[in-house]
Design a protein. Structure first.
Ligand code: NAD
Ligand code: IPM
Ligand code: MN
Length: 343
């Protein structure tokens, strides 16, 4: 028998474990269809940190990096740890340590409603910019350094150009090179290089401020949007609003250059939502669609398509949690989706 795909599960904090619980039966379903996988759960998050003092110990980090193929992640963030140190030590360490440069955040047309014509995807650089977490707070002055390196910028942009080429649709780079001359100047230089390498792709750069206005006014004129870590974070949450809000937006991060065995992490775009945690109100759709993106990345295309189809069918049939104007609990929504999975 082939070797199992080893998937690490990190439910995390707040609604993370609630939405993860609805995605896990989809792994069992894929297994029942003949996919060979092994899932191992890890306790990292605020509770574990408060109980043991550990965030993500080095030995566990190395275990995840070298002994697993993929990570399924819920969310991190807890009001009891307001400085977010455990979120940095867990989530940002995984993104940066595993060099998961490409963060793919699609607005699937079936979520937007096919009549809207909206079909856009955000490619967010996932490891650099101000997320390098270097800075200082001094009396009357504060500094957050933003570091951009050519290899990461190129990896992200190549992924975005390839996607635009495959889809035969336009690519837009969001930047602020008019002000951020150094960092975003580098982005523009690499973008120009790649425009000559991909002459078939209609590619343009736009100042991010003007882009946001155009995106709200005419979202269907955009297809693939590439951005650095910070702008990509903001743009992808705005895009989530087009498809029903934070509860439904999926994401997948990967390392195209595969420096380590573990080279992909699936997580919803949303956070731990402390305002609704523990109440059965969280929408599991973002988490379940992230699981579908992971299936596709593993080349399990039939399972990815069936899971997306089950989500879209359940929504079209009126299954909705409170954020979408419905009354279903997290568990009931998860079941309404899974009931539509073919055996
Ligand atoms: P959030 O995404 O947690 O919540 C924003 C809003 O969206 C809230 O009103 C929340 O109720 C709603 N929401 C989020 N997920 C939902 C779901 N599945 N179903 C229905 N509604 C949902 O963002 P926030 O409030 O800014 O941050 C809360 C905590 O989460 C913070 O600690 C933040 O740092 C962290 N965070 C973590 C991640 C991550 O783990 N990837 C992402 C974003 C925020
Ligand atoms: C996200 C979140 C994270 C980010 C936070 C929790 C560090 O907003 O995954 O989009 O800013 O990347
Ligand atoms: Mn975000």
């Amino acid at each position: 028998m082939d070797k199992p795909v080893r998937i690490a599960l990190i439910p995390g904090d707040g609604v993370g474990p609630e939405v993860m619980a609805e995605a896990l039966p989809c792994l069992a379903w894929a297994e029942a269809r003949g996919r060979h996988l092994e899932a191992v759960r890890f306790p990292f998050g605020a509770d574990h940190c408060l109980r043991t003092g550990d965030t993500l110990p080095d030995s566990s980090y190395c275990d995840l990096r070298d002994q697993f193929d993929a990570i399924l992640f819920g969310a991190v963030g807890d009001p009891r740890l307001p400085d977010g140190r455990h979120a940095e030590a867990i989530l940002l360490r995984l993104r940066q340590g595993l060099e998961l440069t490409v963060n793919f955040r699609p607005c699937a047309p079936f979520l937007a409603g096919s009549r809207t014509g909206l079909d856009l995807e955000v490619f967010r650089e996932n490891t650099e910019g101000p997320y390098c977490l270097q800075g200082s707070t001094e009396p009357g002055r504060a500094v957050d350094l933003a570091i951009h390196t050519e290899p990461a910028v190129r990896r992200l942009l190549v992924a975005a150009f390839r996607r635009a080429e495959t889809l035969c649709r336009p690519l837009t780079l969001a930047h602020k090179a008019n002000v951020l001359k150094h960092g975003h100047g580098l982005w523009l230089r690499v973008f120009e290089d790649l425009r000559t390498e991909y002459p078939g792709v209609s590619a343009r750069g736009m100042h991010a401020d003007a882009l946001l206005c155009a995106l709200v006014q005419a979202p269907t004129t955009f297809a693939v949007i590439a951005a650095d870590n910070y702008l990509g974070d903001l743009i992808s949450d705005l895009c989530a609003a087009f498809i029903g809000g934070m509860g439904v937006a999926p994401s997948l991060s990967w390392a195209p250059h595969r420096p380590y065995r573990c080279s992909v992490l699936a997580e919803p775009v949303h956070g731990s939502a402390p305002d609704i945690a523990g109440k059965g109100l969280a929408n599991p759709v973002g988490m379940m669609l992230s699981t579908a993106l992971l299936f596709r990345h593993l080349d399990w295309e039939p399972e990815a398509r069936d899971l997306e189809g089950a989500v879209s069918g359940a929504l079209a049939n009126g299954a909705k949690t409170r954020d979408l104007g419905g009354t279903l609990s997290t568990v009931a929504m998860g079941m309404a989706i899974r009931d539509r999975l073919p055996s």
